[in-house]
Design a protein around this ligand. Sequence first.
Ligand code: 5AD
Ligand code: SF4
Length: 456
Amino acid sequence: MTETSPIATAQILRTLHIVTWGCQMNVYDSARMADVLRPLGYRAVDTPDADMVILNTCHIRERASEKLFSELGRLRAVKDARGGAMTIAVAGCVAQAEGAEILARAPYVDVVVGSQAYHRLPALIAEVEAKRRAVVDTDFPAEQKFDHLPAQQASQGPIAFLAIQEGCDKFCTFCVVPYTRGAEQSRPAAAILAEAKRLVAGGAREIALLGQNVNAWHGDGLDGRTWPLARLLAELADIPGLARLRYTTSHPRDMDAALIAAHHDNPKLMPFLHLPVQSGSDAILQAMNRRHGVDLFRRIVADLRAARPDIALSSDFIVGFPGETDADFAATMHLVRETGFALAYSFKYSPRPGTPAAESPDQVSKSLKNSRLQELQAVLREQQHDFNRAQIGRRFDVLFTGPGRHPGQMAGRSPYLQPVIVNTASLVPGTIHPVTIASANPNSLMATLNQEQIAA
Ligand code: 5AD
Ligand code: SF4
């Protein structure tokens, strides 16, 4: 027998440190990379003084590569102090975008692995060890990475993330995602349902489905037909023990009638939706190649509120997109005031190399971007605080996840994703209890447990 048993392999303990920047998909990918490396004996540690360090990078906005190279500089010192005994890998969207350029600038890097090739990490590491030279893998393989990652995953706790879709074909003119994550790919329903069941068996009560364009999901269904997201959500809702479902991030164009209806029909779908609109000006939306106008967004919001009157909305905004006039920005402010958001993320436009908008001659000045961002964020902050204050006196179920910051407290999540704190220490993480909201801070809610029967 020449085969090494998995137990013997696992006995060679090696330390692994992963630094994650960027979106929830990167957080998910980092966890999957840890899963893929676990059978090789790698165990996660909190310090960069480790046998292997992975920097999982984000390219979406400013200064991605400066941040990467300054972190690499720090790591180089640690690697030198270890006499070179450290494998440094750069993963994620900067790795995908810059590939071998990274090795040219930082020759002490061992592996550059694009966001579609994580399942090939063990082979890449073996190649580095055997040939003592760096490797780059930024291909978009035909096989889907998620379906080549190990089924055995570390437990994520009561709130789990599950990637169902990756990539994007929309090519908004400001965005690098179609280039770094490739074409839209939907995982088959069977693989998603199997992963969801494993997550629930591992303690998940809430699952957030992830994708760059998650509501564009159209995967192979269990009946051999292509399913829309609403159908997948219905099937997921049947998993015993799973209490809550969410999906993020969505595009307005893909909010079809069935998905809006799911917010009425699917009792496990939480009344909260992140739906980026980016701008309230038709001219800017068109220049962004968003392929819809402000009216479509308004109509979706109205339909969602009709389907689920208690739904709360979150969004993304970009200010200072090339050519944005005072009137365009005023239209964004108007849309924000008229819609009312529970939460929102807003950014100054950042020209991304290789994207069409970066080439535009109508770039907006830094100072105008700054002042518009401040004006927008002031209103969004106020709306978030108003939304939190409006919860005072409301009763709803909270999914408790663990101890609060102070002794004697437990923390959990409201249906609207707000952190909720109670002054009770005896709740089991993963249980759901009805509470009444007592007070609101800008970013969290204080609550008391209701005396009635525990919800689950
Ligand atoms: N500049 C500023 N913000 C951007 N986003 C994406 N690309 C850029 C860019 N080039 C924002 C969008 C998107 C969010 C994830 O990041 O608002 O919805
Ligand atoms: Fe980027 Fe989203 Fe537009 Fe796709 S839909 S290009 S991910 S902003």
